[in-house]
Structures are given as C-alpha cells and as structure tokens.
Design a protein around this ligand. Structure first.
Ligand code: SF4
Length: 311
C-alpha cells in the first residue's frame, strides 16, 4: 500500500486507519516541533500531489474487507491533507465504503477557504491545531507560508465552527519558552473562547521534534493549565497498542508507517516480531536501513525512536 497505512494506535482516536494523499513532507507550515522533520515541499498550492485514482483504488481495496478493524478512518500523514485538491472526492468515496467515522487531522490554515470548509463539513471529526494566540508566536512556532496570516487563520476557524455540526477538537501543542507562559496561554485561551471548539486537547512534543532545541514545558504546569483552560484533555502520554500491517514484508510495511509516524523501538519490535522474524533480526534490519541512510535513530526523552532520514 502506498497511501493507506495502519491502523496505528492514536491517543485520541483509538485505532486509526490512515490515508495519506501527499508525498513526504508537503506542508504550508514548518512547525518547530514537527515529528516528521523539516518541510521539504513548502507550498500553499492546493493540487493533487499523487494520482487520485491510485489513492481511490487503495481505499477501495482496504474497505472491501468485511471486517473493519479500526475506530476512525483518518486523512492525515506526510503533511497538510487539505493541500490535496480533490480531498473532498476521496472523503466522499470513503464515506460510501465504510460506516466507521471519518476524521481529518489538519493544521487548520486552509479553513479560511470556503472550498476547504465545504469539503470538511461532511466528516465526523475535524482535529485542527492552534498553538498561538498572537501573530508573533504563530510565526515563531508554526513558521507558516507567507500567504497565511494569523487573522485569516482565526477567522477561518470561527467560520468553520459556525456551520460545522459534528465534532471539532482543537489541539494546542505547548513548547517551553515559546508559548507556555501565563500570558501566552491566556492569549490562546481568548482565541479559543472566540472559536468555541467542542474540546481542547493539550499536548507537548512527545516524539523527536524538527528542531533539536524544542523542549517540553516544565512539569509544574498543571495548576496553571487547570486555572486557564478549565475543562481540557491532557494528551501528554505515549500512545499504546499495536500497529496494523498489510503484508509480512518488514521493510515495506515498516517504512510505510514511519514515513507518517515515527515509532519507538519497542513498538517496532512488538509490531513486527514473529517466530521467524526475531527481535535480533529486526534490530539487524534497522541497522542495515540506517547504514543505507534510509532511516535515522533518535534518542528522545530516554526513548529510542526511528524515523525516515531527514534530507
Ligand atoms: S506538525 Fe503538521 S502542520 Fe506542522 S509542519 Fe508538521 S505536518 Fe505541517
């Protein structure tokens, strides 16, 4: 499979079957904390970056199975999915083929465009991100494409929320000394009060970030978060559970997942270990792929992660 991957365990979605319509890594942001590394295709142009019929064929193939072993079908992956021009057609096709809820994980920047808002009206859950309550911090953390302005971003969120009747959960990623002061948090909360999401998820970088200097906020923030955000979900914990795969071809399946989702070493072993493919075989294969400069190892917060090698 080139475009469908997983299901992967997700802290918010349970088992999420991913559909990724973009080449790695295509985005209109360059977030300092991005777990996929640096943005290589930095663009704000909406177009079909991969052949639509090939993506549809894969969705069809996976959803033909009687047993749908996932909780959400999620458009997400190697960048910002709303940059895919015919995302609406992909969503409509998927809706006809499954009764499972459909989710789009987005940075929310293109909610300022009516076409994108209209496309997303038909999904069950939209998960955008808002990390800043002012333009300066927005530019510091998300480093958006020059066409994207903070005011347009907030207006887009508000316009979408006004007409969207399903679930709209905003994630706020907190980064030490970037947006974790009381003043920054109050500004974010004020924007969230204007938007009125159905849920606020507070997150911190739990996987290796694009910029090495990015750090999690200090541990003593809970009281401040409670005071400012009141009712929110803390999603600051590693996801648990196993990853799905479509074949026993380790290299193909493993690379398909880590292109979109860096994995902890213990997750890799748990997902791919069989009586034939022992833990030491898996570790050897990781070394070989690292030697070929296809993947890279990162030690982050005391855990070993593997991700695609950054260019
Ligand atoms: S975190 Fe999301 S929005 Fe930010 S650069 Fe990465 S893919 Fe783009």
């Amino acid at each position: 499979m080139d475009y469908v991957y997983g299901p992967v365990p997700s802290r918010r979605l349970g088992k999420s079957l991913g559909i990724d319509p973009l080449p790695s890594k295509t985005c209109n942001y360059q977030c300092i904390y991005c777990q996929l590394g640096k943005t290589t295709i930095f663009t704000n142009e909406r177009k079909n970056y991969c052949p639509k019929q090939d993506i549809i064929k894969e969705i069809d193939k996976v959803l033909t199975k009687d047993e749908h072993n996932f909780d959400y079908l999620t458009f997400v992956g190697s960048g910002e999915p709303t940059l895919y021009k015919d995302l609406g057609e992909l969503i409509q096709f998927a809706k006809k083929r499954t009764n499972r809820p459909i989710c789009v994980i987005t940075n929310g920047s293109l909610l300022s465009e009516k076409t994108v808002r209209d496309i997303l009206l038909d999904v069950d859950l939209v998960l955008p991100t808002l990390d800043a309550g002012n333009n300066k911090t927005f530019r510091l953390i998300n480093r958006p494409h020059p066409e994207i302005t903070f005011d347009k971003l907030i207006k887009g969120f508000m316009e979408f929320k006004e007409s969207f009747t399903k679930k709209f959960w905003i994630e706020v990623m907190l980064v030490r000394e970037a947006n974790d002061s009381k003043d920054e948090l109050l500004q974010i909360k004020s924007r969230l009060d204007d938007i009125q999401p159905d849920r606020i998820d507070i997150n911190v970088p739990i996987r290796p970030p694009a910029e090495k200097w990015v750090k999690k906020p200090r541990d003593n923030m809970l009281q401040l978060l409670d005071e400012i955000f009141g009712d929110y979900k803390d999603i600051n914990f590693p996801e648990m559970g196993t990853f799905g795969k479509f074949s026993s071809d380790f290299e193909k399946e493993f690379l398909s997942i880590i292109q979109r989702h860096p994995m902890r070493q213990e997750q890799i072993i748990k997902t791919f270990k069989t009586s034939k493919n022992t833990e030491s075989n898996i570790l050897k294969m990781l070394d070989i792929l690292e030697g070929k400069k296809i993947i890279q190892k990162n030690i982050y917060q005391g855990m070993v992660f593997w991700k695609l090698k950054s260019t």
